[in-house]
Design a protein around this ligand. Structure first.
Ligand code: ZN
Ligand code: ZN
Length: 581
């Protein structure tokens, strides 16, 4: 699933390196491993003072009342922090660090270089008006029960006092913004007003604050609402004769890919690989379709157009699904079966001491996806992990049927593998045993998503689903989405793919419904690179396994490979590879 794992954070800060990592500075002094741990802790504390919103989102609550005004002064301070921290980092002798510290060193260096790149090169603070939105974080502060509501309201009050200056700085920053991001900014800022006008007001009324204090915060709400409305009006009336293209372009794209994905491959290489993979998947799918055809269609002739034949077979198989009322129970019932299969096949150790809690998706997550994992953040590792299941029963019969066909008998099993066991949930349990805070904070999305995608194939390869051709066909279809996301993202942002071409790719070649394809077009218009993470991570993990298999020959053991791989935590695959090879 896409965007389906959240660490109570939605921050897309990831890290990467610009320069070679172990560039030797002449001033290097001998420092021991403990010094490095001290450095890391200080670095993280400082990071949270320059990026308090990020801190709050990730579950660090000391700076909840702080709000950074996004002006030149703040950006210069962030740059200075990045440069100073890099200088201190480079005082350590890379080769004297232990293996876990070496990875942390890379991660910190990447993050700091990314900060500099974002401010000096990417400059999205100028062209992306949707960066400026104050309601999301306050919604999080109201919905997460990490402190008494009175304390949270106090912090929110202090933040709100700065909101008018925040939007003034935003207005100063914006130059030739991307049109679709301007529209997004307007919609999201207006959408966020209910957080203040409804949720915050309700929380104030229900709190034990003194009446005067309640009055004070209520007054601040009207200032906030006015500032948001003023920002929206500014965007509405902005003269923008030469807007920036929403496409990132090759140079920025490759660099962003380097920072966010941290792959051994370039974006172009991943794109080429995804194109080849798409052809391979089509071939395999057609093979299975011809094999199954007589069983499902009798003597009806198979269409000449291979893609049409595959689509007909998929549509027919998709009718096999549970009812809306059975949906959540069907998901929960499958988890013990997955664990039993993994044990029987000896695929990896599953720690059952902290079970995954399957629950109905909470209201504030409102129909984002059919299933998602909510994982505790790095500051709350002992918190519960939830498997959120979307509420299908409230949908119209038609919509529910369309969802259920999409998440049919076969896909539901693959979804459970991906989201839960041995995908995201299992990976998370392993990652939480790794003490490194740096690896949790700068968790590598490509590794995390790549692992979940990898496990789908790995389970099937080991006989999950009894090697039924139907199961394989449906997995190929599911996997094709991952592959086509990669092709789409790169094609749109680098090669100038049009909307019509994108819809053809998604609907005709990846067998998606129109609604899904249109949603994907919107997503690729307002984001970049993130859609590459699934396939890149998958490919890297799969390639690494094959390399190690080759190296070890008959000594290769799948279970040890998996356990060793996961023991490094949320690190980029390329660094895990360095340690494993
Ligand atoms: Zn996922
Ligand atoms: Zn049906």
């Amino acid at each position: 699933m896409e965007k389906d794992i959240s660490f109570k954070i939605l921050i897309i800060f990831c890290i990467c390196i610009l320069s070679a990592c172990n560039n030797k500075s002449s001033k290097q002094v001998k420092m021991n491993n403990q010094d490095f741990d001290t450095y890391q802790n200080q670095f993280i504390e400082q990071l949270w003072s320059y990026y308090p919103d990020w801190a709050t989102n990730i579950g660090y609550h000391k700076n909840d009342s702080m709000m950074i005004i996004p002006n030149d002064e703040a950006r210069n301070a962030q740059k200075e922090f990045a440069i100073n921290s890099l200088n201190k980092l480079h005082l350590f002798e890379f080769k004297s660090l232990n293996n876990s510290q070496k990875i942390d060193y890379h991660l910190i260096e990447n993050q700091l270089n990314k900060i500099l790149w974002m401010i000096d090169e990417e400059k999205s603070y100028q062209w992306d008006p949707s960066q400026y939105n104050v309601s999301g974080l306050i919604a999080v502060m109201l919905s997460e029960n990490y402190a008494p509501i009175e304390k949270r309201l106090h912090d929110i009050h202090l933040r709100m006092k700065k909101i008018p200056s925040y939007y003034e700085a935003a207005k100063q920053n914006i130059k030739n913004p991307v049109v679709i991001l301007t529209d997004l900014a307007k919609n999201q800022n207006i959408g966020g007003l209910t957080t203040f006008e409804k949720d915050l007001k309700d929380s104030i009324q229900n709190s034990n604050l003194l009446p005067e204090k309640k009055q004070e915060i209520l007054l601040e709400i009207s200032n906030t609402v006015a500032a948001i409305q003023d920002y929206v009006k500014f965007l509405d009336t902005l003269s923008n004769p030469t807007p920036r293209d929403f496409r990132l372009g090759s140079d920025l794209y490759e660099k962003k890919f380097e920072f966010d994905i941290q792959s051994i491959y370039t974006a172009q290489q991943i794109y080429d690989s995804a194109l080849a993979r798409k052809s391979y998947l089509h071939e395999q799918m057609y093979k299975i379709t011809t094999q199954l055809w007589p069983q499902y269609f009798g003597s009806k002739p198979i269409p000449d157009d291979k893609l049409k034949a595959i689509r007909e077979m998929i549509d027919t198989l998709s009718v096999n699904h549970v009812t809306p009322a059975e949906y959540q129970d069907a998901i929960a019932a499958q988890l013990p079966q997955l664990i039993a299969f993994i044990k029987k096949k000896n695929l990896l150790y599953i720690d059952e001491s902290k079970p995954l809690i399957v629950r109905r998706e909470p209201a504030y997550m409102a129909g984002v996806s059919i299933a998602s994992i909510s994982a505790p953040g790095p500051y709350d590792k002992s918190g519960n992990t939830y498997y959120n299941v979307g509420n299908i029963e409230n949908l119209t019969a038609e919509l529910a049927e369309s969802h259920l066909r999409e998440y049919n008998h076969y896909i539901m099993q693959i979804l459970n593998i991906h989201e839960a066991i041995p995908g995201h949930y299992t990976q998370l349990v392993y990652a939480n045993q790794n003490p490194s805070l740096v690896k949790s904070i700068f968790a590598n999305g490509a590794m995390i998503e790549g692992w979940a995608v990898y496990t789908e194939q790995m389970m099937l390869e080991n006989g999950y689903g009894n090697n039924e051709p139907e199961m394989w066909l449906m997995w190929y279809k599911w996997h094709l989405r991952t592959v086509c996301n990669t092709i789409l993202d790169y094609s749109v942002h680098v090669n100038g793919m049009t909307e019509d071409e994108a819809l053809h790719l998604l609907m005709d070649e990846a067998f998606q419904q129109k609604a899904e394809a249109l949603g994907k077009w919107t997503r690729v218009s307002v984001s970049s690179v993130q859609l590459m993470s699934y396939y890149t991570g998958y490919k890297e993990i799969h390639d690494l396994r094959e390399q190690i298999k080759q190296k070890l020959g008959s000594q290769f053991d799948l279970k040890s490979f998996h356990e060793k791989f996961l023991s490094f935590g949320n690190a980029p695959v390329k660094y895990i590879k360095e340690e494993m090879l």
